[in-house]
Design a binder for this molecule. Structure first.
Ligand code: KG4
Ligand code: ZN
Length: 342
């Protein structure tokens, strides 16, 4: 099997459409184009699935062309293997990428691999100069998911050690930002404001405090935020608003890191990898490095662009899946593997 295989990948699970090309042992990024629909959905205060998928359909050709232009390759040179996000995500959005990628694979007669979106988030760290050593603990925090996962080897198996019982961490950021009138998407808005704030003015409950419990719950935090906002009667402005964001964000970050570092301790694995859109959060990144060093845990932080949705991570996960699971070079769409993420 060819290790230097070039991978052309597509990510369209939500409101970002991305096309990437990687090569050389599946770690060198030649292009990673991300078209975000933030402007389109901002007026609705959240993603409108039908509008998102229609925009994907409209832009797929152009985003692919841009990726080929950046990589200075033609389609046949770029697509020795095709990888595409197969889920989870918005069904209409996923179908846009899947059908487009399948069409290309059939037309070019090249193999295609369907990639689990969360597996792709985990694989993002491999694209950095220094890939994390396995086994490691991954904290996967996105708009729809919050998990602590033990990664035994690249490409799996993965063991979920803890999960949110209600909202995802990104959802808690987005919903609280909406209540504060900060618009969509809210995570980045809270992150920016919190940088000008001080902690200590607002008290939020620490969710699921049990020492060995690796599950999360963010709905209580969201309710606490809603009550504090209601009780403030419109006075949460300027410095007070920044302080509120710092306290809210600090509580989420404390919770995420306390449990992730406890997972490292419980499983005697001194390596933590951050993944998913919330891993772009400034406070989470700086506190992870600081507290990791204090606990003797080495922390890997993919660049912010590789934390939020992008196709380079899908390409890397597709490359791994192909090398881990493909039985021969004859793998084609009809043999598309369908792994469960458990
Ligand atoms: O992984 P992702 O791009 O998409 C999903 O798979 O869901 O994650 C999106 C989530 C959103 O909830 C967004 O608000 C959050 O990541 N996010 C952030 C930051 N940047 C993105 N949350 C906190 N701080 C950030 N800087
Ligand atoms: Zn994602």
């Amino acid at each position: 099997m060819k290790d230097k295989l070039r991978v052309l990948a597509f990510e369209s699970s939500c409101d970002e459409l991305s096309v990437a090309i990687i090569e050389r042992d599946g770690r060198k990024i030649l292009a990673n184009i991300v078209h975000s629909q933030i402007d389109i959905h901002a007026i609705y205060g959240g993603v409108v699935p039908e509008i998102a998928s229609r925009d994907h359909v409209r832009r797929l050709d152009a985003v692919l062309d841009k990726a080929l232009e950046v990589a200075k390759l033609n389609l046949r040179e770029a697509a020795e293997l095709i990888a595409v996000t197969r889920g989870p995500g918005l069904v209409g959005c996923l179908l846009c990428g899947l059908e487009y990628a399948k069409g290309l694979a059939v037309g070019l007669s090249v193999p295609i691999v369907g990639v689990h979106h969360l597996e792709a988030h985990i694989a993002a760290a491999d694209l950095e100069e220094e890939a994390p050593q396995t086994p490691y603990i991954a904290l996967l925090v996105s708009g729809g998911h919050t998990h602590i996962i033990k990664v035994l080897q690249r490409g799996g198996p993965y063991t979920v050690l803890g999960s949110t019982r209600d909202d995802a961490a990104g959802e808690a950021f987005d919903k609280t930002a909406k209540l504060l009138g900060l618009g969509y998407p809210g995570g980045l808005a809270i992150d920016r404001l919190a940088q000008q704030g001080q902690r200590g003015s607002f008290s939020f409950p620490q969710p699921m405090p049990g020492r060995d419990n690796l599950d999360f719950s963010f709905s209580g935090l969201k309710t606490a935020a809603r009550n504090l906002i209601r009780d403030s009667s419109g006075s949460l402005l300027d410095q007070k608003l920044a302080n509120f964001c710092a306290d809210f964000q600090g509580t989420v970050v404390d919770n995420l890191l306390r449990k992730s570092l406890r997972a490292c301790e419980m499983h005697a694995i001194p390596r933590l990898v951050l993944a998913g859109g919330v891993a772009a959060n400034s406070e989470l990144r700086s506190q992870a490095v600081k507290r990791g060093a204090e606990s003797g845990v080495r922390v890997s932080l993919p660049s912010r662009e590789l934390c939020t949705d992008n196709a380079a991570m899908v390409a890397r996960a597709g490359w791994l899946a192909y090398h881990t699971h493909a039985k021969s070079e004859e793998l084609t769409f009809s043999a598309l593997p369908n792994w469960n993420f458990s």
